[in-house]
Write a protein that binds this ligand. Structure first.
Ligand SMILES: [Fe+2]
Ligand SMILES: [Fe+2]
Length: 475
């Protein structure tokens, strides 16, 4: 592989052509990455020409270049946001000191763990979504799926760059392992639970990109504050791409809702059976999918009380969301925060040291941000004149991590018995029948400008192209 000009093949702003160590590491890793893409990437799509956005630099003219490309030839690049001169650490015990340009020995293990955990989610979602191309409701949607897939691939590159560049042999081993774990695998699964769930249909995909890619946004925002400057600069650039993923989710769910409301008005009914017979997804089913994806995603923030979270913050590895905009002391030693506890089977609030509750702080910021989009979905429903509101479930609902894992509640947060949970869970979470019904709607629509019956067309196309543009050439 040594004849390859990596600097040409891999768009970058990290001086790749002059960094022999990094080049040598990539010479081993890159062919394995391509093999992983063949084996685990989008199924049956290798030969399609897809209208994709590629980043070739970080400036406004360069980070979004559109063209039809075959995905295995996508130019996965390595980009860091420009360095901030004399950047200082702005939270934790090292506040005021110069940001680190290298990894301090005492934080090496924790930083590696943070980078590996973030890196693991990126290829995981590609694996979770690998069959969806076979049932895309339109060329427009197929293109958006593939755009997200190649960018999650680039996010893997972003984390692998840090591992190769700053973590020596350990880093190279971790980079290999990122290609060896697989979503949902029995013996070598992905690190985090939500990334081992299936994404079996397009409603799940839109919910995933709305809720779970938003978890990505919050994690990346917290890492963009890091004292380890290369991590901060890498994650800042990743955030520019993440915005599109959440857009696909929000507009995707919105288009499903729009189509359902149209049919409800046309048939003048909210009868689930009639709406299903008409081939649209009833609003209660959308609510159950929302409940599932929201609850599984908020688990990703980790235990409500965590000494690791305190260590990561105090040592400057991971900040809070928008750390720079907060007006406390950014050390948080005497501060407290309210978390939920379960006492005698009931939910009660209790105050704990804020440093230990930083996972909960980030989760609460995330919840606020998620609710805003759900309100925008509700506006679509009320504009159609339909008296139905989607609700974000209580944060104790259907939890699997931390204190709340020990309690069963309704979506409103009322503690329920095991018997009531069993009796009601199919009203609260997607049932087998719901999933089978949604699956029955899935079927690939390939003609440009045509959309499956269960989803409305988008308001506009990608990169100012019309909605009937040939976003994917199947060849
Ligand atoms: Fe990502
Ligand atoms: Fe993403």
């Amino acid at each position: 592989m040594s004849g390859i000009n990596y600097s040409e093949k891999i768009p970058n702003n990290v001086n790749l052509s002059e960094d022999r160590t990094l080049q040598r590491a990539l010479e081993h890793w890159q062919p394995n990455y391509l093999q992983w893409w063949q084996d685990m990437g989008p199924e049956g799509s290798q030969n399609f020409d897809v209208y994709l956005r590629t980043a070739v630099s970080v400036d406004p003219a360069g980070w979004a270049q559109f063209d039809h490309v075959k995905m295995p030839d996508y130019r996965w690049g390595i980009f860091l946001n420009p360095a901030e001169q004399d950047r200082k650490i702005h939270f934790g015990d090292h506040m005021g000191e110069a940001a680190w340009q290298d990894v301090p020995g005492e934080h090496r293990a924790n930083l590696r763990r943070i980078i590996v955990t973030q890196g693991d989610t990126e290829p995981a979602s590609v694996e979770q979504q690998r069959h969806l191309g076979l049932t895309a409701p339109s060329q427009y949607d197929l293109r958006n799926l593939f755009q997200i897939n190649v960018e999650e691939g680039r996010h893997l590159w972003a984390m692998v760059y840090l591992l190769h560049k700053y973590f020596g042999r350990d880093g190279r081993e971790e980079a290999e392992a990122l290609l060896e774990r697989n979503s949902g695998s029995e013996d070598n699964p992905r690190i985090l639970e939500a990334f081992n769930e299936e994404t079996p249909d397009w409603l799940s995909f839109f919910m995933f990109t709305y809720f779970t890619d938003r978890d990505g946004k919050f994690q990346l925002c917290a890492l963009a504050e890091s004292a380890f400057d290369p991590l901060a600069r890498t994650t800042k650039f990743m955030l520019t791409e993440e915005a599109h993923h959440m857009f696909v989710g929000e507009s995707g769910v919105g288009r499903v809702i729009t189509r359902t409301c149209e049919m409800m008005n046309q048939l003048k009914t909210d009868d689930v059976a009639k709406l299903r017979a008409a081939g649209v997804i009833d609003l209660p089913t959308i609510q159950r999918y929302l409940n599932f994806h929201f609850s599984v995603t908020i688990d990703l923030f980790g235990a409500d009380q965590s000494s690791n979270a305190a260590t990561f913050y105090s040592s400057g590895l991971k900040g809070r969301y928008e750390e720079g905009k907060r007006d406390d002391d950014h050390i948080l030693k005497g501060n407290t925060y309210k978390v939920l506890d379960v006492q005698n089977g009931a939910l009660v609030e209790k105050e704990v040291p804020m440093l230990n509750a930083l996972n909960e702080v980030l989760r609460d910021d995330y919840i606020k941000d998620s609710m805003a989009g759900v309100e925008r979905w509700n506006r679509l429903i009320s504009k159609a004149g339909i008296p139905f509101r989607l609700q974000v479930p209580h944060k104790a609902f259907h939890r699997n991590i931390g204190t709340l894992a020990g309690v069963k509640t309704s979506p409103e947060g009322r503690v329920v018995s095991a018997a009531e949970w069993e009796a009601k869970k199919n009203e609260w979470l997607p049932s087998e029948q719901d999933r089978a019904y949604v699956a029955s709607l899935m079927g690939r629509v390939v003609e440009p400008g045509k959309f499956a019956n269960w989803i409305a067309p988008p308001v506009m196309g990608i990169n100012r192209q019309p909605t009937h543009f040939d976003y994917v050439r199947f060849n």
